[in-house]
Design a protein around this ligand. Structure first.
Ligand code: SAH
Ligand code: SF4
Ligand code: F3S
Length: 448
């Protein structure tokens, strides 16, 4: 009899990809994925530590999942991911969970489960310099149109506010052969889109033995794009300090590499950027945007930004709003600064922007971005966009939805289109988050 594994995933796309690695590791050892937490033998919660509220959510969930033990005495509860790395030892000690595995310890999970069943301490939060889960083909848990492949793990940037280098360890790149093997596995399973993942994809670098020229990110992009012209390729996240013209040219060269760059700015003031240790200036960032627009005029540019970092004045905050307007982002993820224990900022800088001021600044960012997103969508009226059909739209069973190359969600009446096909859609209307249109024709592969 197979044992049942239930996985719940929070945090970034890396965690989504990692949960598939975990499912594969456990699958080798007689576990099968279950959709039902009540019948599970083990529940693993893959967690995020990036902001305090991300962790708070998980605490609430763990309390609930623990209550399932009343009716399921053999249930083991496991904490994996970034919170496991940060505070897993305490949580195991306080018996909040039975198993703790950090992001580099997933091969150990079946063994940790056995230990937990024996009643022993089951924890591994060792970070390594070389674990990249080579030769594990992740078990895809979603019905496959679009999936993720990690190309690097960890981060060496140490932005002063950020917990990721502490929870994920040092940066390492994966062997392109393993990356391509995963991409081929996805193609075999009918996937039509892959997103290459890393905390800083531009620093991807692989040295083949016996070669003296490394494989860099733009080479890898080309290798994946050439794998199949009907496979759309995306990536996340490039770092403004490292994004190269060679990468942008590669995006321009291949119709199946999507015309979208997520380029986190974080703040629009040089002093703040310096305190953040972002290693670029506003001018440098503007120059990168101009470079992107020169090669790919229709490229969408999106961002991450947060307000209320240590010492941020009203005037410095205005810089962030000014940059948002100058770039005219298509969408943005926006946050309030949340101090993370152990980071440079927590140790050396004062979290001195009052909570109400952070809240009020965040509202102004969100209001501005809503306006920018509306304007950006309005500009698409009358345009033809190419959409990969993902599934029925949430609002109406008569409509399909899918993303265009620029990563905007597009909704249109189904007609004879099918999930997984590429269609051209003429944009007729829009909301802040969606383009609405009509299918013009089907196409075999992306053309623009
Ligand atoms: N590696 C990516 C981002 C990873 S974290 C990059 O460098 O762009 C995702 C986003 O969370 C960051 O871009 C940042 O905007 C936000 N973030 C990270 N740490 C934060 C903190 N302590 N408080 C608030 N937001 C934070
Ligand atoms: Fe965090 Fe900076 Fe690394 Fe992104 S680049 S994960 S923000 S340390
Ligand atoms: Fe969160 Fe860890 Fe990703 S802190 S954002 S899950 S790398």
């Amino acid at each position: 009899m197979k044992k049942k594994l239930y996985i719940e995933t929070y945090g970034c796309q890396m965690n989504v990809a990692d949960s598939e690695v975990v499912a594969s590791v456990m699958g080798e050892r007689n576990f099968e994925i279950s959709e039902n937490q009540e019948e599970a033998d083990v529940i693993l919660v893959n967690t995020c530590s990036v902001r305090d509220n991300a962790e708070k959510r998980v605490w609430g969930r763990l309390r609930h999942l623990n209550s399932l033990k009343k009716n399921n005495k053999s249930l083991k509860l496991g904490l994996i991911g970034c919170m496991a790395e940060r505070i897993g030892d305490e949580m195991l000690e306080d018996k909040v969970v039975d198993i703790v595995a950090g992001p580099d310890a997933y091969r150990d999970l079946p063994y940790l489960y056995d230990k937990a069943v024996e009643g022993a301490d089951a924890i591994n939060v060792e970070l390594t310099i070389d674990e990249t889960y080579d030769s594990i083909i992740p078990k895809r848990m979603t019905e496959g149109i679009s999936g993720f492949v990690s190309i690097t793990r960890g981060c060496n940037n140490f932005c002063t506010y950020c917990i990721v280098p502490y929870t994920r360890g040092r940066e390492r790149s994966r062997d392109p052969k393993d990356i391509l093997a995963e991409v081929r596995d996805m193609l075999k399973n009918g996937y039509k889109e892959v997103t290459l993942l890393g905390q800083n994809v531009d620093s991807y670098k692989w040295m083949e033995e016996g070669s003296n020229k490394p494989v860099r990110f733009h080479h890898l992009l080309e290798m994946v794009a050439q794998e199949d012209p009907t496979l759309r390729v995306r990536f996340s996240t490039p770092h403004p300090k490292d994004i190269k013209e060679s990468v942008v040219k590669m995006i321009a060269k291949y119709p199946n590499i999507c015309k979208h760059i997520h380029l986190p700015i974080q703040a629009g003031n040089d002093e703040v950027l310096k305190r953040m240790n972002r290693k670029y200036t506003v001018e440098w960032y503007m120059n990168r945007v101009e470079m992107i627009r020169k090669h790919i005029p229709d490229c969408s540019i999106t961002t991450d930004a947060f307000c209320g970092f240590c010492g941020e004045t009203e005037e410095q905050f205005q810089g962030t709003l000014d940059m948002m307007k100058w770039v005219h982002y298509d969408t943005a993820f926006m946050f309030k600064y949340s101090e993370r224990p152990g980071t440079y900022a927590a140790k050396k800088l004062e979290d001195d922007v009052p909570e109400e001021v952070k809240g009020e600044r965040l509202t102004r960012m969100i209001d501005l971005q809503s306006k920018l997103s509306m304007e950006s969508n309005e500009k698409d009226i009358g345009k033809i966009v190419e959409v990969l059909v993902e599934g029925p739209s949430k609002r109406s069973a008569d409509d399909f939805c899918g993303r265009c190359s620029q990563n905007k969600m597009v909704v249109f009446p189904k007609q004879d289109a099918k999930v997984g096909e590429y269609v051209r859609v003429k944009v007729l209307r829009f909301t802040q988050t969606t383009l609405i249109g009509e299918m013009v024709e089907k196409i075999d592969a992306p053309t623009m």
